[in-house]
Unconditional design. Structure first.
Length: 350
């Protein structure tokens, strides 16, 4: 329990909405010295993928990633659990399984009691245990604002490695979680809603994306990434732009958390929503007020965005159902050859 402490009031941002804006990040990365690469490095900085991957031998690869952010909910245990699930997701999004994690903790020792940090770590440990791994250590600093996350290593068979930019024309899109965490977290931080009104989203953010390790085993899964701070549109663009493809999103097939439409109607949205939109505004057709706020909404510990070969849609939907994701066994978009705009939003049934 947090007592009277509301963690979201102790930081200027929350969750994956803390990310540097896409256009600013692009500028930073364009100006850095190109890092030296080795033949064993299969995934590095080239395509903004979810994790780095190095080949250990012909059949096995090591996945390495880190992810951390400021409080996204007020409860310390839930915050730790969400941050852990979010970091572990990067390994699952590459088709792999985590093997070990270490913690990254910044804590305002003069402002917040150490017992809250203990609760955060316990929340992270609970999720790591669900993933079958150990939280084996970490690093802490005294910081004005709290932040927490994990550095994670995982393994994947070379043949099962998935990346975010390997989709092709003739792929159907699926998304394995509902959207709207940034909107709800913003409403909570502004005290527009109570904590019990985001239980649905909190439970979702704590849920592991371990289905990624299952999906990685199938060749008909062409590309995969998790949806986080750049919103659904931003991460879809990472999937289609490298190969000059276009995509349609079926807006009415996407699932949203309860209360999202009411909040967007009142123009409640995360600060980084508009920073995201600034980076994407010339690349999206047929977007409206509501869909702009929901599709550019920075997600925290969001679902997996998966591109599946059209010939295997029925098989893949059966796979989702078998693994308890039946409500997400519905296409939410389609990838085609390049059209006038990279992304078009459709509001009718496909």
């Amino acid at each position: 329990m947090n007592g009277n402490y509301k963690l979201t009031q102790y930081s200027h941002g929350s969750g994956c909405g803390c990310k540097i804006a896409p256009d600013v990040l692009k500028t930073i990365l364009q100006q850095i010295k190109s890092p030296s690469a080795t033949p064993e490095l299969l995934v590095g900085l080239n395509h903004a993928d979810d994790a780095a991957v190095i080949r250990l031998h012909d059949d096995l690869c090591l996945i390495s990633t880190t992810d951390f952010f400021m409080p996204v909910v007020d409860d310390a245990f839930d915050y730790g659990a969400i941050a852990a699930a979010n970091a572990l997701s990067d390994v699952y999004a590459m088709g792999g399984k985590p093997i070990i994690a270490i913690a990254v903790l910044g804590w305002p020792v003069d402002t917040l009691p150490a017992s809250l940090a203990t609760n955060i770590l316990n929340g992270a440990i609970s999720v790591c245990e669900q993933a079958g791994i150990t939280l084996a250590g970490g690093h802490t600093i005294n910081n004005k604002e709290p932040f927490f996350g994990l550095a994670v290593n995982g393994l994947v068979k070379t043949a099962h490695l998935k990346q975010n930019h390997t989709a092709t024309a003739g792929n159907t899109l699926f998304l394995t979680k509902a959207l709207g965490t940034g909107i709800l977290n913003t409403a909570l931080k502004r005290e527009l809603i109570a904590a019990n009104e985001i239980i649905q989203a909190t439970d979702s953010m704590k849920q592991l994306n371990h289905f990624g390790a299952v999906a990685g085993q199938y060749d008909f899964v062409r590309a995969m990434t998790d949806v986080t701070g750049f919103g659904l549109i931003g991460h879809l663009l990472e999937m289609i732009q490298p190969n000059q493809l276009s995509a349609e999103l079926y807006y009415n097939e996407l699932l949203f958390f309860d209360g999202i439409k009411k909040l967007t109607a009142s123009f409640v949205y995360a600060d980084n929503t508009m920073r995201n939109w600034k980076a994407y505004s010339e690349l999206v057709d047929h977007i409206n007020g509501e869909s702009l706020l929901t599709l550019c909404d920075p997600q925290t510990s969001g679902g997996l965005l998966i591109a599946v070969d059209d010939t295997a849609v029925s098989t893949f939907t059966d796979l989702l159902i078998q693994h308890g994701l039946g409500r997400f066994a519905r296409p939410v978009g389609h990838i085609d050859q390049r059209k006038e705009k990279p992304i078009t939003i459709r509001y009718d049934c496909p």
